[in-house]
Design a protein around this ligand. Structure first.
Ligand code: BG6
Length: 490
């Protein structure tokens, strides 16, 4: 069992404290950490919002959210009394300089404790809030600032935000969140690769045929459709989550787990991504948008009907063929796909090894499937190695693919904590390893900008796909052209 060490006394200020992220993710995560005794008496969670609420009114709102968002049996009335005593609320419209007083009053005299400002607001407010904190003397030596994604919508806007926040906070005080880095199985990728010697000799061209990364969701865009319509799946999912998975899969072994050692290796991968541009975008990318269909037997509307605008070309699905131009991965394509309203919630990394060089079973006309290592990120986190075996029994010699299948939940038998639980504790401890450095975010945008320009310049079509499917048929063709197919098969 991992050891739970309490974090020092802190003030965690949540800007956007009444918003969806705070209610659905941050407060439930803090509640769990508090229940496991990681939060010491005296620590405070200070929510800042524009709503005209009293402290009691805000606490009622949090109670409703926890009752709704925690799993059954997790809300404990006794513990709620302790947790709610740590919550404060400050009303402020942060754009007005004279509205900072309630927050300043709450923080006054507490300069020596850890102070974390969590910006769960629109990114357009990041610079304003950082400046507001500076002008009001709220940035102490012990202060950190957490920036939620999306960090801009392209390289330039991301640099503007980084510059604005960087004028007030130093780089080592800035924590840029990609919640995928807090997921247990994503961290397990580091354990799998670097705590086992078995895979390393095979983790390269010559042994690996190709890699597939799928992050599929069955949910649609929901209540944030207007915001999403300006972003699309490439910016929402690929620029951050999928590229981080590419980095962790493809990077060289860092010299240590020191935050800069890991991030230095990740950025080398980002810089080695072969640019996709107007000449290559059609052959290497697919954009899709869901139409009405059925998810688990329930009919769901198409994206355009949900949006109420039949003209949107926003992609809710992306598939890419990505090449990494370095010695380890030369000519080993990474195929990525992500989308909303796909057949199920299903995220995995598949390492497909090469075919055997010569089959001694050819006369028997047996198909010998290549070995496959599947790292399941969610749900049913685990690792599966597909191998060929002889079917038991006398008589003929039959071959069959079978799996060495490890389910983490069955093996460890514990609740899998939400990514935000770990990430919040890491910020409070001052460990930036699971957060993105400025150069990483900018390198990722730089590469994504090429695809966006390519789409715009070539007017690349958004292909419809039926909700509940595995995406547009063009996504299967992307692999089919190379003699390959997605797992699970579309
Ligand atoms: C968020 C995206 O970053 O990740 C959402 O903005 C997406 O659109 C979500 O639904 C997926 O996260 P998870 O943890 O459910 O895989």
């Amino acid at each position: 069992m991992a050891k739970l060490v309490p974090v020092d006394i802190f003030d965690l200020i949540i800007f956007g404290g009444t918003g969806d992220l705070a209610m659905r993710k941050l407060l439930p995560a803090l509640y769990h950490r508090d229940r496991d005794n990681q939060i010491m008496a005296g620590s405070r969670i200070i929510a800042v919002g524009r709503s005209d609420l009293t402290r009691d009114g805000y606490i009622d709102m949090v109670e409703k959210a926890l009752r709704g968002n925690l799993a059954q049996g997790e809300f404990d009335g006794e513990h709620w009394k302790t947790f709610s005593s740590r919550i404060e609320y400050a009303r402020a419209d942060l754009v007005s300089p004279d509205e900072w007083t309630p927050l300043c009053d709450l923080l006054s005299g507490k300069d020596d404790r850890i102070r974390v400002a969590y910006l769960a607001t629109a990114p357009t407010l990041f610079g304003t809030i950082a400046r507001g904190m500076q002008q009001n003397g709220l940035i102490t030596g012990n202060s950190r600032i957490v920036l939620e994604k999306p960090l801009g919508r392209d390289f330039l806007s991301a640099s503007d935000i980084n510059n604005a926040v960087g004028e007030c906070f130093s780089e080592n005080q800035i924590y840029r969140i990609d919640h995928y880095l807090g997921k247990e199985t994503v961290q397990n990728l580091l354990a799998l690769r670097f705590a086992n010697s078995l895979f390393e000799p095979l983790w390269r061209r010559g042994a690996v045929d190709h890699v597939q990364i799928t992050v599929a969701e069955d949910l649609g865009v929901g209540g944030r459709i207007e915001f999403y319509d300006r972003i699309g799946a490439l910016r929402d999912m690929v620029q951050n989550h999928l590229l981080q998975l590419v980095c962790l899969t493809a990077m060289e072994a860092p010299a240590s787990l020191h935050h800069d050692a890991v991030r230095d290796e990740k950025i080398k991968v980002l810089r080695a991504l072969r640019p996709i541009n107007a000449e290559t975008v059609r052959a290497n990318s697919v954009r899709g948008q869901y139409t009405s269909g059925a998810i688990r037997q329930s009919t769901v509307p198409g994206y355009l009907d949900e949006l109420g605008n039949q003209d949107s070309r926003c992609e809710t699905f992306v598939a890419l063929k990505v090449e990494i131009d370095n010695w380890r991965w030369s000519n080993v394509p990474f195929y990525l796909r992500t989308g909303k309203r796909l057949q199920g919630k299903h995220s995995e990394i598949v390492i497909q090894f090469q075919d055997i060089p010569h089959s001694i079973f050819a006369e028997q006309e047996y198909n010998v499937n290549p070995n496959r290592l599947t790292i399941r990120l969610q749900p049913d986190e685990g690792v599966k190695l597909s191998v060929m075996a002889k079917e038991p029994g006398p008589g003929g010699f039959e071959l069959r693919p079978v799996a060495l299948d490890l389910s983490f939940e069955e093996t460890f038998g514990i609740r899998y904590p939400d990514a935000y639980e770990r990430l919040l504790m890491e910020v409070l401890r001052g460990n930036p390893a699971l957060f993105m450095r400025r150069d990483e975010v900018e390198a990722a945008w730089n590469w994504i900008d090429g695809i966006i320009d390519g789409w715009e310049n070539t007017n690349q079509k958004v292909e419809p796909y039926i909700a509940g499917s595995w995406g547009p048929s063009a996504s299967s063709l992307l692999l089919d052209r190379d003699g390959r197919a997605w797992y699970p098969n579309a």
